[in-house]
Ligand binder design. Structure first.
Ligand SMILES: Nc1nc2c(c(=O)[nH]1)N[C@H]1C(S)=C(S)[C@@H](COP(=O)(O)OP(=O)(O)OC[C@H]3O[C@@H](n4cnc5c(=O)[nH]c(N)nc54)[C@H](O)[C@@H]3O)O[C@H]1N2
Ligand SMILES: Nc1nc2c(c(=O)[nH]1)N[C@H]1C(S)=C(S)[C@@H](COP(=O)(O)OP(=O)(O)OC[C@H]3O[C@@H](n4cnc5c(=O)[nH]c(N)nc54)[C@H](O)[C@@H]3O)O[C@H]1N2
Ligand code: SF4
Ligand SMILES: [Mo]
Length: 671
């Protein structure tokens, strides 16, 4: 007799929507996957990528057992070994490294392959073991740090609007965010607002599919958003529409900031941003007289030299308009700050003082000869595909004295450089607890099927390793369920009534905030309880691409691909087919200046490196701007690199964030 059951889970990927899903299991095998209709944010839909997740779990190239390198580093040649052999070799090498160089010679390089609290980055899975070994601390800053810090300088927290309240906005600014690609579940709330008369504006150097659907698109020059924000506030002042009462009672530093705003009339901002003065003025007037205005600004804006400042300045807008007073007003970047899931630091075996190694600085870290990294332990990350300065990372990974372990589901470019590969479970096969950084819910992921082959979850892998290393701290052996219980045990009103049993039954729970949620009604989490305006002279940091006086003239943006999730799915045949060969979007003028033709295979390059791409001549980008998406696998791309070979390892102004959208390139014929 066949038995069919439905198991509630959650999408683990680095996406603001963290969907709730239902896995249909028949005779112990997953046979169906769909979005959970009962979940208010998911409402039954997954996405073009994750609709292929079931097939992805069964893909022929999945890594199903531990492996040891037999060819030279980078060759991707491995032999199958047992878990015992793998753990023995790892324990021997780690012990020797710690003895000779100290624990800090280990770099636990965790990525965003899963955002889970138990298995993934939100809970920094594995850090207990790293702390027990005295390993270097890994700063997982690759994605959103500059923006988080920028917002926090203004508001005291990166938290802002509940995205569901966009349904109540009357003016919506989609600012450096490609909603229909990078988190489409927000769209239904935007459509709801539109049905009630809201006007939607996309502010993006690319006319994205989101910009196509907006009422208006402002094609801003990359990295100049703060100047636009200041000019919009300038028009609000011209209109006499600033909220005097709000300024007086809820903000700090207004006089200083007002002087800063006065330096950016629309005419000045038009020169900086490339947006016609009349369009800036028109949007400013609209902003002045439309309450509530909701600003959805996500990570695109902050992947720039001045990215932290851009978010900090954008965040000042509702301080001037008073929009935080209304549901549907304010700025929404990430809701992560609202999630009080925490584990007792003692159970995390918090470390003695150790050095911090920065995720965005992998190439630099691997090149350090003074205090060398001797073990790179990569999990849920694919730095060879996703991290800046690919060619220098490759050099680092080729170091013969570097012991590299990669926990992976698929044979990525990074795996090719591993000494030992450990097979990782996929989301159907392990337990996890998630929040969405674009909504206000917790999601539960119940394991639906047994691990494929000899795959082990993150927690199980680290338990096995702790045992092999003979470590005795009890918390290293906590079960997944114990971790979940502990995470939910914080004494915080947002968790009131939320239990593991309840989550397992229903699959999700809304955090205990009012609905609709209007943040900062009781003040901002700053020492003064007030929003802090940007000091004079600090409102705008120009992008690196503003200096086009060298040999490279084109400002390159490298945004989310519609069909990949970072590098996840880069090896899925159907999604890779849909992506096609890597493309570079080029304006007609730039193409003509360089004699490029539509469909031509070219080299996109700068001093860091190059990639091969097909020219797409289009008016989606303005002259001087080119774009090519992230996510393709270097080894599956012509020329063996992807766009991160061109992205310089250089810090944004805050948190050492990466500058993915702030590099100058040129385009020429293939050599
Ligand atoms: N399909 C898909 N979805 C994804 C991802 C994916 O890879 N694929 N990635 C996920 C992850 S890890 C994240 S962090 C989020 C990121 O999602 P987003 O926050 O949307 O980030 P990006 O795609 O980097 O950039 C968004 C938009 O910002 C624009 N942009 C670039 N520079 C500037 C600028 O200077 N000013 C303005 N105004 N706009 C600019 C880009 O052209 C792009 O259209 O999405 C997640 N969702
Ligand atoms: N050019 C360019 N590059 C970018 C960006 C950009 O905008 N432009 N955006 C950046 C951003 S926002 C981010 S977040 C980073 C992401 O960079 P990374 O964190 O390196 O993420 P991915 O490249 O998706 O690699 C994740 C890997 O984890 C694996 N994985 C998934 N689930 C699990 C699991 O449960 N266990 C284990 N062991 N492995 C798992 C997947 O198979 C995949 O190979 O990329 C950055 N790279
Ligand atoms: S990638 Fe995002 S939209 Fe797609 S299923 Fe996962 S959470 Fe939902
Ligand atoms: Mo990200």
């Amino acid at each position: 007799m066949t038995r069919e059951l439905n198991v509630l889970g959650a999408c683990p990927l680095d996406c603001p929507d963290t969907c709730s899903w239902v896995v249909t299991v028949k005779d112990g095998e997953a046979v169906g996957l769909r979005g959970n209709r009962d979940q208010p944010y998911t409402r039954g839909a997954l996405c073009v990528k994750v609709n292929r997740y079931l097939e992805h779990t069964k893909a022929a190239d999945r890594i199903l057992h531990p492996m040891r390198r037999v060819g030279p580093k980078g060759s991707g040649r491995f032999e199958r070994i047992s878990w015992d052999e793998a753990l023995d070799e790892i324990a021997t090498r780690l012990t020797a490294i710690v003895d000779e160089f100290g624990g800090e010679a280990i770099w636990p390089y965790q990525g965003t392959g899963t955002l889970g609290y138990i298995q993934g980055e939100s809970g920094l899975a594995g850090r207990r073991l790293w702390n027990a070994l005295g390993a270097s601390r890994h700063d997982l800053n690759i994605c959103s740090r500059a923006g988080n810090l920028g917002l926090a300088r203004t508001n005291g927290t990166p938290g802002g609007m509940d995205p569901e309240t966009f349904a109540l906005s009357k003016l919506i600014l989609l600012w450096g965010t490609n909603t229909l690609t990078s988190g489409h579940h927000l769209w239904k709330f935007i459509q709801e607002a539109r049905a009630n008369g809201a006007h939607v504006v996309a502010i993006d150097p690319i006319r994205t599919r989101t910009a196509d659907q907006a009422d208006e698109h402002l094609a801003i020059r990359p990295g100049t958003d703060a100047a636009l924000a200041l000019a919009l506030m300038h028009v609000v002042l011209d209109e006499g529409a600033e909220d005097r009462d709000y300024l007086e009672h809820h903000t700090k530093g207004w006089e200083d900031f007002e002087r800063e705003i006065r330096k950016y009339p629309p005419k000045v901002a038009a020169e900086i941003t490339g947006i016609p003065e009349k369009d800036i003025r028109a949007l400013g007037v609209r902003l002045a007289h439309t309450r509530p205005t909701g600003i959805r600004a996500t990570m695109g804006v902050q992947r720039h030299q001045g990215g932290g400042t851009a978010m900090r300045t954008i965040a000042c807008i509702p301080g001037v308009t008073g929009d935080w007073k209304y549901p549907g007003g304010g700025v929404a970047y990430s809701t992560s700050a609202y999630v009080p899931l925490r584990v007792d630091p003692r159970r995390e075996l918090l470390p003695r003082p150790v050095r911090t190694l920065t995720m965005t600085r992998l190439a630099e870290g691997l090149a350090d000869t003074e205090k060398p990294v001797k073990c790179l332990w990569v999990y849920a990350a694919n730095p060879m595909g996703s991290t800046s300065d690919q060619n220098r990372i490759r050099e680092g990974l080729l170091r013969e004295d570097l012991f590299t372990v990669v926990m992976e589901q698929f044979p990525t470019d990074t795996v090719d450089y591993a000494d030992i590969v450990l097979p990782a479970t996929m989301q159907f096969e392990h337990m996890d607890l998630h929040h969405g950084y674009g909504h206000m819910y917790l999601m539960w992921n119940e394991p639906a099927v047994a691990p494929a082959g000899e795959c082990a979850s993150t927690t199980e892998t680290f338990r096995r390793l702790a045992r092999r290393l003979g470590l005795t701290e009890p918390s290293l052996y906590d079960s997944d369920l114990q971790i979940a219980e502990e995470l939910l045990s914080a004494d915080h009103p947002a968790l009131a009534g939320i239990t593991v049993e309840g989550l397992r039954e229903r699959g999700w729970a809304r955090l205990g905030y009012p609905d609709p949620f209007v943040p900062f009604t009781d003040g901002f989490p700053t020492p003064s309880r007030r929003l802090r305006f940007v000091p004079e002279g600090k409102g705008y940091v120009p992008p690196a691409t503003a200096r086009a006086d060298g040999p490279y003239k084109l400002a390159m943006i490298t945004p989310a691909s519609h069909v990949f999730l970072n590098t996840v799915f880069g090896n899925n045949p159907e999604l890779a087919r849909r992506a096609g060969a890597p493309k570079v979007l080029v304006n007609e003028k730039d193409a003509a200046d360089r004699g490029l033709t539509h469909g031509q295979r070219v080299r996109v390059f700068n001093d860091n490196g190059g990639m091969t791409a097909e020219v797409e001549i289009t008016d989606r980008v303005a002259p001087g701007v080119v774009a090519t998406p992230k996510g393709s696998w270097p080894k599956l791309s012509p020329g063996g690199t992807n766009v991160n070979a061109l992205v310089e390892e250089r810090d944004a102004d805050m948190g050492r964030g990466a500058v993915y959208h702030d590099n100058l390139v040129e385009i020429g014929p293939l050599p």
